[in-house]
Design a protein around this ligand. Structure first.
Ligand code: NAP
Length: 314
């Protein structure tokens, strides 16, 4: 299939693009940087240098590549000095609008969108599934991001009512993600800014980047539509994995922190992640995509990633 990937140079894109090509697909991928475009060419893709907000140029590129499927793997966390979520919110609302409009103008038949499995309401018990309401009434900063995710999903399903697939990935795990030994979460532990909040009840559904990419390739081949959680089989509470991570990376055990103190110090979103999120079920993806994760994150992936202790620079 001829596939246009926006976000092919990102954390999942760098694993996904070579896999799509290996499976025989013809990939055209977008990047704003000539350097990353060259990386995409080395992976075997045709690269396009451009910006997702330039709808006209995008439509031209998608049409020129005669892409049948457009894939949205765009995110932008922490790219501004002020509000760290502003750019990722913008790309999910305005970037999605632009990419969808370009895809439709260019005549692409299908659309696959990256979404997030851990944006569901914490009200209730057990793992969330694809019918669990999103946490739209979350406190401000979390609520803004959740509403952007809701917009991304709804825009996608409205634009391609029968041929859109929304993949709600779990917490990306592996080299080049926030869990990389040299990235945000381990660095936070080393710096003492990753406390165990409340009872540490936040239940994390991880996904190894290789499994996330494989599930995406499966979705391409299956022509399924709708929303799917793409997460692994072993959700794990923060209280269980954080002390183990600290030990593996040689950091001090995480500090215990009262929830109200953490809310003041770190904001509502972190408290939601650390003490409230419920974890997600992958039953629908297993059933309807006939997909199985093969790389366990907890605890084997932890041991593997953190015992190596080094990874290539991002
Ligand atoms: N489910 C999850 O756990 C999840 C989801 C997303 C991200 N993350 C994590 O967050 C961290 C950083 O993620 P990130 O979002 O900053 O980067 P990222 O994973 O590197 O992906 C960003 C992608 O979006 C593209 N992009 C961004 N703005 C664009 C624009 N205006 N036009 C065209 N393309 C654009 C980038 O392309 P160019 O820069 O090449 O133009 C890149 O391919 C990573 O550690 C990742 O693991 C986690």
């Amino acid at each position: 299939m001829r596939i246009f990937v926006a976000g092919g140079s990102g954390a999942i894109g760098r694993v996904l693009v070579p896999l799509l090509i290996h499976e025989g697909h013809e990939v055209t991928a977008l990047s704003r940087s000539t350097e990353r475009a060259a990386d995409l060419e080395r992976m075997g893709a045709t690269s396009i240098v451009g910006d997702v907000y330039d709808e006209t140029a995008l439509a031209r590129a998608i049409a020129a590549a005669r892409s049948e499927l457009v894939m949205h793997q765009l995110t932008a966390f922490g790219t501004t000095d002020g509000d760290p979520y502003a750019e990722t919110i913008r790309i999910r609302i305005d970037g999605t609008r632009s990419l969808l409009a370009a895809a439709r103008k260019a005549g692409a038949r299908r659309f696959i969108t990256q979404s997030i499995s851990f944006m569901c309401s914490p009200v209730g018990t057990g793992l969330t599934d694809e019918t669990t309401p999103l946490y739209l009434d979350a406190p401000t900063s979390t609520g803004d991001l959740v509403n952007a995710v809701a917009s991304l999903e709804q825009q996608t399903l409205d634009a391609y009512p029968t041929t859109a697939t929304v993949l709600r990935y779990g917490w990306f795990f592996g080299p080049g993600t926030s869990y990389d030994p040299n990235d945000t979460i381990p660095n936070g532990l080393r710096a003492g800014t990753m406390p165990l909040v409340g009872s540490g009840a936040g239940n994390y559904s991880f996904i190894d980047l290789r499994d996330a990419a494989a599930a995406t390739v499966t979705a391409v081949g299956r022509e399924v539509s709708g929303i799917f959680n793409i997460v692994d089989d072993t959700p794990v509470r923060l209280s269980e994995f954080l002390p183990v991570m600290a030990e593996l990376i040689g950091a001090a055990p995480p500090e215990l922190m009262d929830e109200a103190v953490a809310r003041k110090k770190f904001g509502d979103m972190r408290v939601y992640y650390w003490n409230e999120q419920r974890g997600a079920s992958n039953a629908k993806a297993k059933r309807e995509l006939d997909w199985e994760p093969v790389f366990p994150v907890w605890p084997k992936g932890f041991e593997k990633l953190y015992s190596a202790q080094s990874s290539p620079p991002r």
